[in-house]
Design a protein. Structure first.
Lengths: 112, 112
């Protein structure tokens, strides 16, 4: 079954404690992206990747890092999380930029 | 498992035509349904629907929700080439933490 998986689904952590949210897709998609969803602000893109070892900043990259060492995986790293990063995070993948995206189930992150 | 299904997957029409995009869902603890338009990198918000039978309108776009039959439609009248995009439907649920499930979208192409 074609899917995008994210882990963990829910995470509560404290300020400053490094964390990683994993994202994996099984569709051999070139393009992967991370978004955050906040009430009243809609989806905002954090980082995206056009292919292995190719990543670029989206609209709200501050406080986040990503890597794309393999085609299927695109982890989101928060080196020093802060409360303003409390949000619902989505990973998505598509064949190419501009094509239909498959979204993961979301990760609800709370930073206290 | 929550599910959001959009149809058709792809639609090509001539400028001036009217189109109807469909979104059906099977979720637990429904809270709201959202429509997005994706032209470039991140989807832009169109509508949020929470109540059955109340049409939301914005210019040539309108949308309505049927909570009994578990679906929503997005109508675009007098289409223009600028309406060409992928239209995403997402359903928000409430388990105490919000959960958002996306469909894979409908690709709409408007031919001049």
């Amino acid at each position: 079954e074609a899917q995008v998986t994210q882990n963990p689904r829910y995470l509560i952590t404290v300020t400053g404690k490094k964390l990683t949210v994993t994202c994996s897709q099984n569709m051999n998609h070139e393009y992967m992206s991370w978004y955050r969803q906040d009430p009243g602000l809609g989806l905002r893109q954090i980082y995206y990747s056009m292919n292995v070892e190719v990543t670029d900043k989206g609209d709200v990259p501050e406080g986040y890092k990503v890597s794309r060492k393999e085609k299927r995986n695109f982890p989101l790293i928060l080196e020093s999380p802060s409360p303003n990063q409390t949000s619902l995070y989505f990973c998505a993948s598509s064949f190419l930029d501009g094509y239909e995206q498959y979204f993961g189930p979301g990760t609800r992150l709370t930073v206290t | 498992e929550d599910k959001v299904v959009q149809s058709p997957l792809s639609l090509v029409v001539h400028e001036g035509d009217t189109v109807t995009l469909n979104c059906s869902y099977e979720v637990t603890n429904f809270r709201s349904l959202l429509w997005y338009k994706q032209e470039k990198k991140a989807p832009t918000f169109l509508f949020m629907l929470t109540s059955s039978g109340i049409e939301k309108k914005s210019g040539r776009l309108s949308s309505i929700l049927d909570k009994k039959e578990l679906f929503s439609i997005l109508n675009i009248t007098a289409t223009q080439t600028g309406d060409s995009a992928i239209y995403l439907c997402a359903v928000e649920c409430n388990f105490g933490n919000e959960k958002l499930t996306f469909g894979t979208g409908t690709r709409l192409t408007i031919i001049p």
